[in-house]
Design a protein around this ligand. Structure first.
Ligand SMILES: Nc1ncnc2c1ncn2[C@@H]1O[C@H](COP(=O)(O)OP(=O)(O)OP(=O)(O)O)[C@@H](O)[C@H]1O
Length: 238
């Protein structure tokens, strides 16, 4: 369902001094439908950049990101036009980072509910589902009508997760989704991830805690090992 082929990313840090960073070159791996691949490796090795290339926050320098979309059939996310990428982000892809892009003067409930409106939900039905998701993520009901700009880091992260999960995406991209959560909320998130996986969501994620990653991932791609050995990706699947 997701085939990353010979993916490379180069950052030009300075045009005049020709300084370049190459977090990864010729990276290839595949994740089947409903599969969950964890990405591991030391800080700065390129984990987040890979996720951002898949979500197309970053444009890859070369390579392909073949994704089986229900709207477009097979599509290369590395070269798809912006309009299609925007559509896919609305209906099929979700990306969770540690940081919430806060929308001013929109309540926590509506920030989550609004993701369902393009899918044809009425506002009432969307708010019902959003309330269910906020409850599962242990956001206290008193906060549902408040503005997330003032929320704590962990509360903002839960709003992020709720926005990503509520649409039941075909591909879920997770960048340290449980980094600022307490143990009980982390358990709720893991239960939701396992539920989505059973329903066929394909996932790729970076986790700050190896033990958490092992509980949800079918396999773990160790970028450090891949870079050291320079051999094909299958050797790094733990
Ligand atoms: N937008 C950018 N512009 C320039 N360099 C970047 C950019 N994004 C990432 N990099 C560089 O690419 C390299 C990989 O960064 P990345 O954030 O992908 O690593 P990471 O493995 O996710 O690290 P961490 O575990 O610390 O989050 C780093 O050297 C970083 O400085």
């Amino acid at each position: 369902m997701l085939h990353v082929e010979a993916l490379s990313k180069t950052f030009e840090l300075s045009v005049t001094e020709q300084m370049r960073v190459h977090p990864f070159r010729d990276l290839s791996f595949s994740i089947p439908e409903g599969g969950f691949m964890g990405l591991a490796g030391p800080s700065g090795i390129g984990k987040s950049s890979i996720l951002k290339c898949i979500y197309r926050t970053y444009l890859p320098t070369s390579g392909r990101v073949r994704f089986r979309s229900s709207m477009y059939g097979e599509i290369d996310l590395a070269s798809a036009d912006e309009r299609r990428v925007a559509h896919l982000r609305k209906y099929e892809l979700s990306y969770v980072s540690q940081f919430l892009k806060v929308i001013p003067r929109v309540s926590a409930l509506d920030i989550v509910a609004e993701r369902l409106l393009p899918l044809g939900y009425s506002l009432e039905a969307a708010r019902d589902d959003a309330a269910g998701m906020l409850a599962r993520l242990r956001i206290p009901e008193t906060l549902w009508s408040a503005y997330p700009a003032t929320f704590s880091g962990g509360e903002q992260q839960r709003i992020n997760l709720a926005r990503a999960f509520i649409v039941r995406p075909r591909l879920l991209i997770l960048d340290e989704p449980t980094a600022s959560l307490d143990r009980e909320t982390t358990e709720s998130v893991l239960a939701l991830l396992q539920e989505m996986k059973r329903q066929g969501t394909t996932m790729i994620g970076v986790f700050h805690d190896w033990e958490i990653m092992k509980r949800v991932a079918d396999r773990i791609f160790d970028l450090g090992e891949w870079k050291r050995s320079g051999v094909s990706s299958s050797a790094q699947l733990i």
